[in-house]
Design a protein around this ligand. Structure first.
Ligand code: CMP
Length: 160
């Protein structure tokens, strides 16, 4: 009973647009990954595989991206905004601020090495976009990097 007007595009046109959009996204991810210092050692082929499997996720200011003590299966690269890494001291339940991270920084590798428990909170302090990589892809494509496997936090880590 209401008049409706629709725009339609045919299959061929739709598929072309979808493919182009995908190619543009892929190129954008490749450029970004190449700008991440820790990933300089990765081949073009590996970066391309990463760009294929990454999922873009968005968070609001104040939102917990990772919660200390939770189990985790994902690795994050920040493509937009800033996050705060905080850690609760089991002795007095006080929360310490450990670090601020921004575009090109990554986190979440700890739960993918050994125990699958998150060692800290990561909280968005801005509108944040992360590129998320699953455990299997992390293991095959990233875990071999020295920067990632030997990342030490001794400077800021709380003594349990
Ligand atoms: P994960 O334990 O999986 O989830 C929380 C993440 O915070 C952790 O991986 C690291 O990437 C990061 N993280 C842990 N401790 C520190 C620290 N002292 N300084 C900066 N980042 C940290």
């Amino acid at each position: 009973l209401v008049e409706v007007k629709l725009w339609a595009i045919d299959r061929q046109c739709f598929q072309t647009i979808m493919m182009r959009t995908g190619l543009i996204k892929h190129a954008e991810y490749m450029d970004f990954l190449k700008s991440v210092p820790s990933f300089q050692g990765l081949s073009e082929e590996t970066l391309s595989k990463l760009a294929d499997v990454m999922e873009e996720t968005h968070y609001e200011d104040g939102e917990f991206i990772v919660r200390q003590g939770a189990t985790g299966d994902t690795f994050f690269i920040i493509s937009k905004g800033k996050v705060n890494v905080t850690q609760e001291d089991p002795a007095n339940q006080e929360t310490a601020h450990l670090r601020e991270l921004g575009r090109g920084d990554w986190f979440g590798e700890r739960a993918l090495q050994g125990e699958d428990v998150r060692t800290a909170n990561v909280v968005a302090s801005d509108t944040v976009t992360c590129l998320v990589i699953d455990r299997d892809s992390f293991k095959h494509l990233i875990s071999g990097l020295d920067d990632v496997s030997n990342k030490g936090y001794e400077d800021a880590e709380l003594k349990a």
